[in-house]
Design a protein around this ligand. Structure first.
Ligand SMILES: [Ca+2]
Ligand SMILES: [Ca+2]
Length: 232
């Protein structure tokens, strides 16, 4: 597996952050350190809940639109936790994730369950070798994703920060697990730049299998708009 994949046209779901705000989300932040900030074994966690049944192709809101999205792409809770030198990203879905999900329709052969991270509010990585079209400047520095490509699941870290200096984004494999209706990814803090705080959101999308394709349909996001702060 190559450690750098040129992926100029890949569209991810960060555009979702411009979608309409609703009152459906209930951001919560838990601090599990027990007040012992010096305790290396403590973890810092932030989480957000999301309605079941609200996932829809490209966020359509017409009658029956939500019924077309498999419930295993419908986010009900997302959590980011750091313990020691490792970040864990946890996504709970409305239904058990099948061992072999049916392919997405319309040639959108890849499903993505992912977290988008805004680790630097002052930078908006974009470029021809990034996730988005060059003219889209989004605040996301990193994506942490589980992909289903019709054959296998993969855990991937998309690092867009090199785009800020004209270099291609870097894609590296990361550890993940799928158990029932829960997806988890584990990423070394160093791979994220050892952030002390960042904004994040979770989302699900379908897209064409080829990275160079612009075709994408996003399905659900938590929170529906904006970012959750880690930690808080
Ligand atoms: Ca949902
Ligand atoms: Ca940013």
């Amino acid at each position: 597996m190559r450690t750098i994949w040129r992926a100029g046209g890949l569209l991810f779901g960060a555009a979702l952050m411009v979608t309409g705000c609703t009152e459906e989300n209930s951001p919560t932040t838990l601090r599990r350190s027990g007040g012992a900030a010096f305790d290396a074994a403590a973890s810092l966690t932030s989480a957000v809940t999301d309605l079941a049944g609200d996932a829809a192709w490209n966020f359509n809101t017409g009658p029956g639109s939500a019924a077309k999205v498999p419930a295993y792409l419908d986010i009900v809770r997302a959590e980011v936790s750091q313990k020691g030198r490792t970040f864990t990203f946890t996504l709970d879905l409305a239904e058990i994730v099948p061992a072999s999900p049916a392919p997405a329709s319309g040639g959108l052969g890849v499903y993505d369950w992912f977290f988008e991270l805004d680790t630097d509010p002052t930078t908006f990585p974009s470029g021809k070798d990034g996730v988005f079209p060059q003219n889209q400047a989004l605040p996301v520095e990193l994506f942490v994703a589980v992909e289903w490509d019709g054959t296998q699941f993969k855990g991937l870290l998309f690092d867009l920060r090199p785009l800020l200096s004209g270099e291609p984004m870097i894609i590296t494999p990361v550890a993940f697990s799928i158990g029932g209706a829960e997806i988890q990814l584990s990423v070394a803090a160093s791979a994220l730049g050892d952030p002390s705080t960042f904004g994040w959101a979770a989302a699900t999308c379908a897209r064409h299998s080829h990275y160079a394709s612009d075709g994408i349909q996003c399905l659900d996001r938590a929170p529906d708009a904006g970012f959750v702060t880690w930690p808080q």
